[in-house]
Structure formats: C-alpha cells, structure tokens
Design a protein around this ligand. Structure first.
Ligand code: ATP
Ligand code: MG
Ligand code: MG
Length: 374
C-alpha cells in the first residue's frame, strides 16, 4: 500500500491514522513531539517542527500524499510541501481557514450568509466596529484560536469599557447571533469532484468548547437538506479535495449562517465512528488517496460527549461497563482542565435519539450539570 502523510499528531491525526491502516495504507505523521496521541497507532513518524523546512522535506520524502490534522502550517511551509507531493486539501484552502479575515472574505465573496463582521486591527477600528455592531459582538483573534480561546464577548456598552487596553490585534468583531441551535456538516469531496455529506449534527458547547453532538440534528428535513447544500457549495467554491467540517448557526428566523470551516476531520463528526458504515476518518482518507467516496450510511442515532479534563476522565470506568457506549481515548497522559482527553459515543436505534428533555436521563452520569438543571 502507499503512505499517507498526516501533518499533526493530535487525536484527529491518531484517528485518521487508524482509518488509513484499516484501509491498507501506512500513516506517516509529522509531529514536533514524539510522544503524541498519533504516535502509538501510526506506522512511522517524522519528528520536527511544522515550520522547519528541513523537517517538512524529510516528511514529504516518506509519503505519497499529504493531508492535515493541524491547520496552522505557515504559507512558506505549505509551499514547500506542495512543491514535493500532492497536498489535499490544498494549501490555499488551509490559508483561508487559518485566518478569520480571509475565511469571512471568501465566504462573503461566495455569497454565503455569515454574521456581520468588522476588521479590528487597532483601537480606532474597535471603536468603529463596536458602534457598527451595536455593542453586541464577539472579538476573536484572526489566527490560532480554538475552543473559544482568544475571544472576548461584548454584550453591552459597559463591557466595552472593561476590555483590555491591549487586545491581541489583529482581531475580527462578529455580531452576536441569537441562534436557536448550532449545527455542522461533515462533507467529503473526491479528486473527481464527487461529494458525500454526513447527516447534519447538532452541537452544544460549554465554556467555548464542544461538549455534546447529536445526530441527527433536531431540525426539519428541508433545513437539513439546505445545510448539506450549503456545505456542498462551499466545498465546490473552494475546489476542496478532502474532508471538511462546516459549522453553522440556525438563527432565530430559521436562516443558516456559517460560523467557520475546518478543512479536516472535525470534533462534531466523531459520532460517525459508531453510527455510520463509513466514518469521517475513513471518508477523509478515501478522499485524500483518491478512493471512491462511499455513501456514509448512518445505521444508528448517536450522542457524542467529549471527555474533557480530569473530571470527565473519572467517568471512564463507568463508560467501560455501560452497554451502548463506545469509549475513544486519545492516549494523553496529562488530564489538564479543559483538555480534550477522549470522547464517548452513545448509540441508539434509528429514530430513538432522545429529545431535548430526555437527553439528561439518557446521558446518566455523563449529563453535564447544565443539562440536568434544565
Ligand atoms: P473551534 O475552532 O474549536 O470550533 P473557535 O475558537 O474557532 O472554536 P468559534 O467556533 O468561533 O471558536 O466559537 C466558539 C463558539 O462560540 C461557537 O460554537 C458558538 O457557540 C459561540 N459563538 C462564536 N461566534 C458567535 C457569534 N457570532 N454569535 C453567537 N455565538 C457565537
Ligand atoms: Mg475554530
Ligand atoms: Mg468553532
């Protein structure tokens, strides 16, 4: 078999490597840290920094095709990789997803509805943006933000006064969306432009971090079709080859607004590992190596719960004894608060996914306090 090069050794790289091995490919990981989550399942590693040109060349030498789980390779690094081997998704798509200004500009240009936003590069820009967005906005760093890090929420004029004098510019200001729910679509696009979408996922966040995903989302079939169409049009507009997660808000008026795109497997697609014949990681590998993209038939309903920090790790013993629950740990030794350590998929017969009021009961010990109090 040939070798798939994966940039990044975190949990997404680990689960992609397992999928590659299952399909008969070698997974070769580029990671700055030899003892990363992907290391214990990968075929081989290049240990080196993501922006070390020599390490990128050594890595590219070992592989037939290159993909990512880590998105923040520099423009120069991406150029090096693309000069050596096929890179899927392409470096230009990564460049768009790395930078919220590039991402929003591109979505605007494609006619995709997003929250109103302003470029905030200075205190003067900030004053104008706050005024334009009616003092209801979220300030986000343009680069390197994840799990809600690097974000400041302004809900009223008073909050603006309390903002740090020294914000981490450059930033964007986004109007707050009064969403009814958050959903996402995992979409794969093959080398011949063929596409497959997973069923729409419904996502609940806690402290800026994804907590729970439900599949299928509790939305009308027409809206689900619309969400998938939107994901397809973005993937086609970017001429993407690979797998991408598209995060969306369902606004109070029922409109879909795109929040952000992630051209790689996505945390909100982890439920597919136990509820679909072909999961998002297999689909990712299939797209990247040029295999046919099989329809991602969903045979079950599912709830995915992230296991975050030491508290959630304490639930593992119970999960391991509970029928209908599939544990996925990432092999991280150090359970720091806020760190994603693993996830659990709870599987239900099709049509038996608990509704909003049955969810806390169905989750049992896994129900977050925010749910049980509802
Ligand atoms: P990740 O990449 O891990 O998904 P991130 O740091 O890029 O996270 P966002 O996805 O931009 O962060 O925001 C995190 C969460 O904050 C969103 O899923 C949503 O719950 C909330 N949020 C972000 N932007 C807005 C907005 N404009 N209006 C309302 N809520 C928002
Ligand atoms: Mg993000
Ligand atoms: Mg997000």
């Amino acid at each position: 078999g040939s070798t798939v090069g994966i940039v990044g050794g975190g949990q997404l790289g680990r689960m992609s490597a397992v999928a590659a091995a299952r399909l008969g490919f070698h997974a070769h990981i580029l990671t700055p840290q030899a003892d990363c989550p992907a290391a214990e399942v990968a075929h081989s590693l290049t240990v080196g920094a993501y922006d070390d040109d020599e390490a990128l060349r050594r890595f590219a030498d070992c592989v037939d095709v290159i993909t990512f789980e880590f998105e923040n390779v520099s423009a120069a690094g991406l150029k090096t990789l693309e000069s050596l081997k096929p890179v899927r998704p392409s470096g230009s798509i990564l460049a768009v997803s790395q930078d919220r200004i590039a991402e929003k500009s591109r979505l605007d240009a494609m006619g995709v509805a997003i929250a109103p936003w302003r470029n905030v590069a200075s205190p003067a820009d900030l004053a104008m943006a706050l005024e334009a967005l009616d003092y209801r906005c979220i300030l986000k760093t343009t680069r390197f933000g994840y799990d809600g890090k690097g974000q400041f929420r302004v809900s009223a004029r008073e909050d603006a006064a309390a903002l740090e004098a020294d914000l981490p510019y450059p930033m964007v200001a986004e109007g707050i969306v009064d969403f009814e729910r958050e959903v996402s679509v995992m979409i794969a696009r093959g080398v011949h432009g063929d596409v497959q979408c997973f069923d729409v996922t419904e996502n609940q966040h806690r402290d800026g971090i994804l907590d729970i995903s439900l599949a299928p989302a509790h939305i009308m079939p027409e809206l689900a079709d619309h969400a998938r169409q939107l994901a397809v049009s973005i993937a086609e507009g970017l001429d993407m080859v690979g797998l991408m997660g598209v995060e969306m808000f369902v606004a109070a008026d029922g409109r879909l607004l795109v929040n952000e795109i992630a051209p790689r497997p996505h945390n909100s697609g982890h439920w597919t590992m136990n509820a679909c014949l072909v999961d998002q990681f297999e689909m990712h590998i299939r797209a990247v190596v040029g295999l046919p993209l099989l329809p991602p038939i969903r045979h079950s309903d599912a709830v995915m719960k992230n296991l975050i920090g030491p508290q959630d790790m304490a639930l593992c013993d119970t999960i391991l004894k509970t029928p209908g629950q599939a544990l996925h740990l990432y092999g991280k030794a150090d359970a720091r608060p806020g760190r994603k350590m693993g996830h659990v998929n709870m599987i239900f017969p099709k049509g038996a996914l608990p509704g909003p009021f049955g969810l806390a009961d169905a989750l049992g010990v896994l129900a977050p306090a925010s749910l049980s109090s509802k």
